[in-house]
Design a binder for this molecule. Structure first.
Ligand code: HPA
Length: 269
């Protein structure tokens, strides 16, 4: 079941011996965040045997390997989602490849809808915890050999890394929110009733990725942190209908600030 991880790893190793100290998954519209950082190597997902490739506009689909403050950083410019028809196990396969490459630290970013009444479109939210119970676990099925069967999820988002991001945001004068991210399947946006449900469950932001990746990364022993770009208020909270264009536009606007937060935080990891 996990042969594709081996194959992808071998292909990447035939191109570069880059060992990432940290990896950053860039969400919808955030792919440009890595652009002005000097490239060490880049590999298109479509060239990697057995690698899942995103079909979503705003997801570029490549690994971008670079250096930030002396650290080797692997950016994932785009990810695949459950709603594209990939099983959850395929959605987390890239993280397992990164782990195999030696990466032990993962920063997940995403575009998300704000569920908390105190949030505004354009807010940046540090992910403190997540709810993934409404989508299948990526850990179902044959057990990943590099992880335990019943992994503990009491500290998915590493406290030390989260503290560093919070302090960095304060240093660069970027106000941030904090909260719980809930992953739903998508691809449809939620109904207002579903958003009320998310709020009742204790979520502050809603999206279609991230929690599954965080779980798989934790299972194989990676330290994880996460940042959401609140691109819109969730359904029913504003009179405007939701659109992917709106999500990409806001992610574009907030991109430079997120980039600074990511880069400055990584230097301190
Ligand atoms: N809902 C789900 N996913 C999202 C949203 C949303 O409102 N905005 C960006 N990703």
């Amino acid at each position: 079941m996990f042969e594709n991880i081996e194959k992808a790893y071998e292909y990447i190793r035939s191109i570069t011996d880059f060992v990432p100290d940290a990896a950053v998954t860039l969400g919808s519209g955030l792919g440009d965040v890595a652009d002005s950082i000097e490239e060490v190597a880049a590999i298109n997902y479509r060239d990697i045997p057995g690698f899942p490739v995103s079909t979503v506009a705003g997801h570029r689909g490549r690994f971008y390997f670079c250096k930030i403050g002396g650290k080797n950083v692997a950016f994932m410019q785009g990810r695949v989602h459950y709603y594209e028809g990939y099983p959850m196990q395929a959605c987390v396969m890239p993280l397992r490849v990164l782990h195999k490459m030696g990466c032990r630290l993962l920063m997940l970013t995403n575009a998300a809808g704000g569920v908390n009444f105190s949030f505004n479109a354009g807010d940046i939210m540090l992910i403190r915890d997540h709810i993934s119970s409404l989508v299948p676990s990526p850990l179902i099925g044959e057990n990943y050999p590099d992880g335990t069967r019943f992994p503990d999820m009491s500290n998915v988002y590493d406290k030390e890394l989260t503290d560093i991001i919070r302090n960095t945001a304060a240093e660069i004068g970027l106000p941030i929110k904090e909260g719980v991210y809930i992953q739903l399947s998508g691809p449809n946006y939620e109904t207002p009733a579903e958003v009320r449900m998310c709020r009742l469950l204790g979520a502050d932001a809603v999206g279609m990725s991230t929690a599954c990746e965080a779980m798989a990364a934790v299972q194989c022993g990676m330290r994880v942190c996460g940042i959401s770009c609140i691109t819109n208020l969730a359904s029913g909270m504003s009179p405007k209908p939701l659109s992917h264009d709106e999500v990409k536009e806001m992610a574009d606007i907030r991109g430079p600030q997120l980039r600074r937060l990511i880069v400055e935080s990584i230097k301190k990891f």
